[in-house]
Design a protein around this ligand. Structure first.
Ligand code: MN
Length: 199
């Protein structure tokens, strides 16, 4: 069973003005589609064919680099589309809110630390909110690595991720990554983040 490109759960222009339609279209239809087909090509006809994406990521250190880059790209973008939604700025609620308060002190502190992780990632990569047991930590990874990979510095279950590759923001924000990251908070789907936190 080959990996399939997930359909975007909303229209290309649904996240405007925070993320523009053209960026969304190219990001999904070209970049994510590319990771997906390259992942299929990398595992096809090998012992890795038929494994789930989670199985591949858990032992990524022993797999070919094409599986690392494209398997990460496949997984990370599925998460990225799902943890965004139109609807404007909201904040976490319920158990997720309690865990954020317990781990970071407050939502504002979380935001500051997550933004810092996104802005200090040199070059291409991701910033993550990661579940470790009942608590939450923030990390960032280079390229298409993620916290599910056995070689990640900070391991755990990613519940929120922001793509800081230039392809995620350059059309609208050019070099202004801080503006993109600040805008991202307006489109976070905290219900989905809470669902992933619950596990
Ligand atoms: Mn991307």
């Amino acid at each position: 069973m080959a990996f399939e490109l997930q359909k975007l759960p909303y229209a290309f222009d649904a996240l405007e003005p925070y993320i523009d339609a053209k960026t969304m279209e190219i990001h999904h239809d070209k970049h994510h589609a590319g990771y997906t087909s390259n992942l299929n090509a990398a595992v096809q006809g090998t012992v890795l064919e038929g494994k789930t994406i989670e199985e591949l990521l858990a032992k990524i250190s022993v797999h070919p680099v094409a599986v690392r880059n494209n398997g990460g790209g496949f997984y990370n973008h599925n998460l990225y589309w799902d943890v965004m939604a139109p609807g404007g700025a909201k904040t976490p609620e319920g158990d997720l809110q309690k865990a954020i308060d317990a781990s970071f002190g407050s939502y504002e502190n979380f935001k500051e630390a997550f933004t810092k992780a996104a802005l200090t990632r040199f070059g291409s990569g991701w910033a993550w909110l990661v579940k470790q047991g009942d608590s939450l930590v923030i990390s960032s990874t280079p390229n298409q690595d993620n916290p599910l990979m056995d070689l990640a510095e900070v391991k755990g279950t990613p519940v929120l991720g922001v793509d800081v590759w230039e392809h995620a923001y350059y059309l609208n924000y050019q070099n202004r990554r801080p503006d993109y990251v600040n805008a991202f908070y307006n489109v976070v789907n905290w219900d989905e983040v809470a669902r992933r936190f619950k596990g």
